[in-house]
Write a protein of this length. Structure first.
Length: 146
């Protein structure tokens, strides 16, 4: 809720609109169900005609490893019509190391990329939200250890 209020205030001051990802990814309660994701590299359906894969570009370690998401249609062509956001945090210290939801950048080749701030060893979780046409269509979580 605080994020929505923040972006609404920024939009009011600057005259810009509130980013669709903020409106679609957060609710007044802030509670969503995130589907546990299979291991990186596996195909995960978004809908009847698209799927995605995810994984780090290199083995994650302390610092800023890059999380990569690729979205494909059933013909194997890349789909960049989604807005993908991610939040990294340590489940054992929820909120203490949260990066907050950040929108993935889309590369020239159609890869969704997000640097993830990993600040200490331990168990980590990345929550993904996929938005299309202003609606969150999929939420998933990936647990890993450093």
């Amino acid at each position: 809720m605080r994020t929505l209020v923040f972006w609404s205030l920024i939009a009011f001051i600057t005259g810009l609109s509130v980013p669709a990802i903020v409106l679609a990814a957060h609710s007044p309660t802030g509670k969503f169900v995130y589907q546990p994701l299979p291991k990186p590299g596996e195909k995960i359906s978004l809908d009847a005609s698209t799927y995605f894969t995810y994984g780090f570009t290199k083995r994650p370690k302390l610092g800023l490893p890059i999380m990569k998401v690729e979205i494909f249609n059933r013909d194997g062509k890349r789909d960049t019509s989604y807005i993908v956001s991610g939040d990294a945090d340590m489940p054992s210290m929820r909120g203490a190391h949260s990066t907050g939801f950040k929108v993935f950048s889309i590369s020239a080749t159609g890869l969704y990329l997000l640097p993830v701030s990993i600040t200490m060893p331990g168990d980590w979780e990345i929550k993904f939200t996929f938005v299309k046409k202003g609606k969150a269509v999929f939420r998933g979580a990936y647990l890993f250890s450093i």
